[in-house]
Design a protein around this ligand. Structure first.
Ligand code: ZN
Length: 232
């Protein structure tokens, strides 16, 4: 295993994306010190969003608050062709939060990444929410939960990047842009906790739209919206 890790170091960058220090063998893309030192969201940061998600009966949590270094991380994850960073952040930041939530509600999670359009996925090389989900899944399986990732949602319309819109259009823009894959829907267990995973939350409109669709199809399931970072 160590020999393999050593060999992969020859082709994979082995410095932390934030502090540039040399990574240890078990670290990928980001060092543990930088992971631990990122500013966490407080209850007060999350509250305005939670009130919106109350309308669909979903819980909301973002792990990090948007600071300069978090923003650097998120950009690197989205546009830096660095999928390992997604797995690493999913494992070390989303994983522990999900574990405590699952213990609290006593349910096994089904992870649902927020989809990106095929065009965007091709451009970025991967869907960053899917990579976060994979890391989170690794962590949660290691804690003894039964868990899985399900690509329940798919994009049905191409929409321009959120950045190109003003605030009002951002709110109205995503309508009709996602739907549930019917065949995959049948595979979701009755008692599962549905966890919608995304990287950053700006207005939250995409997540609200996605959670409304999920709620429509799963009226009785517990739903958790879990994001890596909140932009305020
Ligand atoms: Zn570092």
């Amino acid at each position: 295993m160590h020999v393999l890790s050593f060999l992969t170091r020859l082709v994979i960058p082995h410095h932390c994306v934030l502090c540039k220090t040399t990574l240890r063998l078990k670290e990928q893309s980001i060092c543990q010190i930088c992971v631990c030192s990122q500013a966490r969201c407080t209850k007060f940061d999350v509250l305005p969003h939670q009130r919106i998600f109350d309308t669909v009966g979903a819980s909301f949590q973002s792990v990090l608050i948007n600071t300069e270094s978090t923003s650097h991380l998120c950009k690197n994850l989205k546009y830096g062709f660095n999928y390992r960073l997604g797995i690493s952040l999913g494992k070390s930041l989303l994983g522990p939060y999900l574990q405590s939530f699952c213990e609290r509600v006593n349910k096994n999670p089904v992870l649902i990444p927020v989809p990106v359009s095929r065009k965007r996925k091709k451009m970025r090389g991967y869907n960053q929410s899917e990579k976060l989900s994979q890391g989170c899944l690794q962590f949660i399986l290691a804690q003894g939960f039964h868990a899985t990732i399900v690509n329940l949602l798919k994009k049905v319309l191409h929409k321009r990047s959120q950045v190109e819109y003003g605030t009002f259009t951002r709110w109205t823009n995503p309508t009709g842009s996602m739907e549930v894959r019917k065949k995959i829907k049948q595979r979701i267990p009755e008692n599962a906790l549905l966890v919608l995973i995304d990287d950053t939350v700006t207005t939250g409109s995409t997540l609200i739209h996605a959670s409304e669709i999920i709620r429509e199809h799963f009226p009785n399931h517990s739903i958790l919206i879990l994001a890596l970072a909140l932009e305020v």
